[in-house]
Design a protein around this ligand. Sequence first.
Ligand code: SF4
Ligand code: SF4
Length: 174
Amino acid sequence: MSVVKRPSPKAKWYIPGILTGLKITIKHMLFNLASRKDMITVQYPEEKFQYSDRFKGNHILTVKKDGSLRCTACMLCATHCPAECISITAAEHDDPEVEKYPISYEIDILRCVFCGYCEEACPVDAIRMGPEHQTAAPAGDNFIYDITKLAYRAENKGGVLSKVDDQERHKRGL
Ligand code: SF4
Ligand code: SF4
């Protein structure tokens, strides 16, 4: 049996709550005015917060040594994505050593929840979450990131090399 307790007459009286709130606000305001150098406010965008190396920011499609995409269009990332924001179109590759590759790979970044499941699901280190977090853009801008944006944007300086080495994999018969 659940017993619902009626609020006491004192709890219904809201002025003590307001005064407590004001006391906390004034305490912080006086502390910040007296010791400005200890304030933790970051003056963005002039100052930028340094996130940890494990921060999951904007996606990067990694490349092989020859600059081509590492992705084999296996669809594991798209299958695991909880926001269903990855769409891939696969095609046969001319090289018989490579089974498939993506002719189109798109992420709808406004639907992405930056969970990192795509990065975890990828068996060949073809997608990573990078350190960039500033996705703001003017209204009407394209928030569907394609291969050019994901793999070859200026910030990636020509492409981020995958940690997976093809020759090493072939040597080991993987
Ligand atoms: S980070 Fe999560 S939501 Fe975003 S594309 Fe990857 S799996 Fe989907
Ligand atoms: S990024 Fe990785 S998991 Fe996604 S399709 Fe390409 S190879 Fe597969």
